[in-house]
Design a protein around this ligand. Structure first.
Ligand code: SF4
Length: 380
């Protein structure tokens, strides 16, 4: 299977916490659509197999008109072999989802909507500098559900000035809406964001880590009790509604990344496009791919399998590690993981290393502790 990810680098407003690649000027939107279309053509030979998932991410893909989206989807169908019923996801912000827009994108073939709700509370949305308010968050999901069976919402926890009760209210709204998929992330302080400046100046204080952890555990308990599979650290889906596109990434499947700042993987190499709209368009116009390519070393494969596996419900397969990298890598991992197993943060189940309930919140930090810098140096 392979997937196609398209990065649409435009947003209406800069959210205070976000360091993704986007521009708030739509002036060159048509030129960008043409450039992305051209990149689809340039990458025609790169697809390893039929396309099973198409994902419009960003940025905010829903700032594009249905006509602009149609141009991109048509080009994908022209250049690649696409299976009969691919998962086609569009990330959308609540303020873009009018009933007409929802109908239009459904007619294009989009069959999964991922809505950037982030919060159902106005105070939080204002602090984040989101372009929508709480009432739009609710109504957009209600409208989307009338036309789309497969709807996901994003929710952000760990927001400044919040407590566990605020988070419970957010989750109550989410459960009342009965969406089949929820992605939920802890707010992180990213470099060069407005939030970082506010924190540095003392205008905003980050939430106490114990409250963030309590919010995470409440999230996991509430959603699993409500019948969602917690299949990846930040991903909760009803059976049959897991994101096929993202599961492909986590299971090491190949995908093409198209658009400025997009990443791709061909099974051996990763590449990423330049994160600059003007430079991206200049290169593409000349018929060049503005990409940096990295061949994955054994150490990269080891580290990635830990980073992804400890976030996934299926864990890090020790057998797969032994088969792909050799017994000494497996043994090294088991030796290094032992202290986390003893602390009750990791456990081994079905020959796979997984986080426990207690360890899940710390998955990324545990992964970093298990990373190899250089195996030869580490084992000498
Ligand atoms: S809408 Fe999404 S991509 Fe755009 S600034 Fe906000 S969080 Fe970042």
């Amino acid at each position: 299977m392979s997937g196609i990810y398209l990065h649409i680098p435009f947003c209406k407003k800069a959210c205070h916490y976000c360091n993704f690649h986007f521009s708030t000027s739509m002036r060159y939107a048509d030129d960008m659509v043409n450039a992305i279309r051209q990149e689809i053509r340039l990458r025609k030979q790169d697809a390893k197999s039929s396309v099973e998932t198409i994902y419009f991410g960003g940025g905010t893909p829903s700032v594009l008109t249905p006509q602009q989206l149609r141009v991109l989807l048509s080009e994908i169908y022209n250049q690649f072999e696409v299976i009969g019923n691919p998962e086609i996801t569009l990330e959308a912000n609540p303020d873009d989802l009018s009933p007409e827009y929802i109908l239009d994108i459904q007619k294009l073939g989009v069959n999964r909507l991922s809505i950037g709700v982030q919060s159902f509370l106005d105070d939080e949305l204002t602090l984040m500098n989101r372009a929508h308010n709480a009432s739009q968050a609710l109504s957009s999901v209600e409208h989307a559900k009338k036309e789309f069976d497969n709807v996901s919402i994003d929710l952000l926890f760990g927001n400044p000035n919040t407590n566990l009760d605020d988070w419970k209210r957010n989750l109550d709204y989410a459960l009342q809406l009965e969406v089949p998929h929820i992605s939920s992330y802890a707010l992180t302080l990213e470099p060069k964001t407005a939030l970082e400046r506010f924190v540095d100046k003392g205008v905003v204080s980050l939430l106490d880590e114990n409250v963030v952890e309590a919010q995470f555990h409440h999230l996991v308990d509430t959603l699993t009790q409500a019948g969602y599979d917690h299949y990846e650290l930040s991903s909760f889906g009803k059976p049959g509604y897991h994101s096929q596109n993202n599961t492909g990434y986590w299971q090491g499947k190949t995908y093409l990344g198209i658009g400025p700042s997009a990443h791709g993987f061909d099974g051996n190499q990763r590449y990423w496009n330049v994160s600059n709209n003007a430079s991206y368009m200049q290169h593409i116009t000349k018929g060049e791919l503005p990409q940096t390519i990295e061949e994955l070393s054994v150490v990269d494969v080891f580290n990635e399998s830990i980073m992804i596996g400890l976030r996934a419900s299926w864990g890090v397969s020790l057998q797969a590690m032994e088969n792909e990298l050799g017994l000494r890598y497996r043994q090294h991992l088991e030796d290094q993981a032992k202290r986390f197993v003893d602390e009750g943060l990791l456990h081994i189940e079905n020959n796979a290393l997984k986080t426990t309930r207690k360890g899940a919140f710390l998955a990324d930090g545990i992964s970093a502790d298990l990373f190899l810098i250089d195996f030869l140096a580490a084992s000498s």
